[in-house]
Design a protein around this ligand. Structure first.
Ligand code: FAD
Ligand code: PHB
Length: 401
């Protein structure tokens, strides 16, 4: 089957679905091609923290109704070390900004519903997805859906297919420069049926390593633990997980996470990665397809959102008056924000984790870093403004909102 569209989008994660909706709001056609099932994409447990700007963007796109009702607004965060929690107040330090805890899978669910309501095409369970003719004026996406082979001719392809997708590897060798740092640890994450015992997130550096207290709802706690990167999850019984969580997180004021039934557990490795430029010919990479951050700064999903806002602005100008300038600057505009988020995520990660090869000096320096952070208003302000999200590179209006 041969068909045509304006923008072919590979991947129905947050980047692909948000881009599809931004294009729809500007009257631009798109087809989204996803290799997993709808259920798989919705059930995948991942990010939880939305920056102020991401929340504002979802509202401006008209997909924020459930987020407004169910999202948990947090005006600060705790940093814990030497068994003491220290509060960083975002509202006070940033002039009223906040973050919102709302699961990535809920964002994806809302965006899929919005897409289906537009009646624009979204193929789940597409097999053998490939992209071709990227340096021509009509690049192609090929895939098999059910028993039918599809060839989709596009003006532009948006590679929103995540770190392990097909778009980035389809760029000819030598075109992209890759920057990478792989960390010698990973996160064991759990979802537990337990009411969160604190209203805000708690990032902990303990002698035995990093731990993070987060949540998903008034009845579900989300917790993470630093473990070796290739740690088999089977090695951790539920009892062992709780014992380690409580050992690392409990503070001298008597605070600790509430224990409950563990309903999901997995281990994620951690890396920093950037591919530049985020474009080859008529292929534009967005989100995890172009860059990965370690989750400690909670930036990955938010970077996906800011990339597609910049791309939507460029595509609107391209279709409205044939302007290519913003397509040409897409990568540079995105990368300014991406590198700042990389630096922040690397800093949060290296300050809060224990590296296997660290020296006693390194550990004392980490403690001093955290002591300075939690006692200096200037340092807290710096963390707060980065955590709630640096200002967007482009306005919502320029993307047709
Ligand atoms: P993805 O979500 O990876 O979506 C890509 C889509 O493309 C997927 O649906 C995939 O199935 C599809 N795809 C892949 N290959 C193909 C193919 N060949 N053909 C068609 N489709 C394909 N970020 C935050 O901002 N805050 C957080 O708190 C946070 N916490 C995290 C915690 C964990 C444990 C993890 C793992 C990540 C976390 N992140 C966080 C990162 C965040 O989840 C990602 O940055 C985000 O998912 C990126 O969105 P994306 O749309 O670019 O990519
Ligand atoms: C989460 O709630 O999943 C979460 C929160 C903060 C992070 C990473 C993940 O830094």
């Amino acid at each position: 089957m041969h068909h045509k569209t304006q923008v072919g989008i590979v991947g129905a994660g947050p980047a692909g679905l948000m881009l599809g909706h931004l294009l729809h709001l500007n009257g631009i056609d798109s087809v989204i091609v996803e290799n997993r099932s709808r259920e798989y994409v919705i059930d995948r447990v991942r990010a939880g923290v939305l920056e102020q700007g991401t929340v504002d963007l979802l509202h401006a796109m008209g997909v924020g109704a459930r987020l407004r009702q169910e999202g948990l607004r947090h005006d600060g965060v705790f940093i814990s070390f030497l068994e003491q929690r220290h509060h960083i107040n975002f509202g006070e330090l940033t002039g009223g900004k906040a973050i919102t805890v709302y699961g990535q899978n809920e964002v994806v669910k809302d965006l899929i519903e919005a897409r289906i309501a537009t009646s624009r095409p979204l193929y789940f369970e597409a097999d053998h997805v490939s992209v071709d003719a990227l340096d021509s004026s009509s690049p192609v996406i090929r895939f098999r859906h059910g028993d039918v082979d599809h060839e989709l001719q596009c003006d532009v392809i948006a590679g929103c297919d995540g770190f392990h997708g097909v778009c980035r590897p389809s760029v000819p060798a030598g075109v992209l420069t890759m920057y990478e740092r792989v960390y010698p640890f990973g996160w064991l994450g759990i979802l537990a049926e337990a009411a969160p015992s604190c209203d805000e997130l708690v990032y902990t550096l303990h002698e035995r390593g990093f731990a993070l207290f987060s949540m998903r709802s008034p009845t579900i706690t989300r917790l993470y633990l630093q473990v070796p990167p290739d740690e088999p999850i089977e090695r951790w019984s539920d009892e062992a997980i709780w014992q380690e969580m409580l050992t690392r997180m409990a503070t001298r004021d008597g605070w600790k996470p509430s224990v409950g039934r563990i309903v999901q557990k997995s281990v994620t490795p951690m890396r920093s990665f950037v591919a530049t430029p985020m474009r080859y010919g008529r292929l534009f990479l967005a989100g995890d397809a172009a860059h990965i951050v370690p989750p400690t700064g909670a930036k990955g999903l938010n970077l996906a959102a800011s990339d597609v806002l910049v791309l939507a602005r460029a595509l609107k100008a391209f279709y409205e008056n044939g302007q290519t300038e913003w397509l040409d600057t897409y990568s540079d505009v995105c990368l300014r924000r991406v590198w700042k988020a990389q630096r922040f995520s690397w800093w949060m990660t290296s300050t809060l984790h224990r590296a296997p090869d660290e020296s006693a000096f390194d550990h004392q320096r980490q403690i001093a870093d955290l002591d300075y952070l939690t006692s200096s208003r200037a340092a807290m302000t710096s963390l707060a403004e980065q955590y709630v999200g640096l200002p967007a590179e482009v306005s919502f209006e320029s993307a047709g909102l």
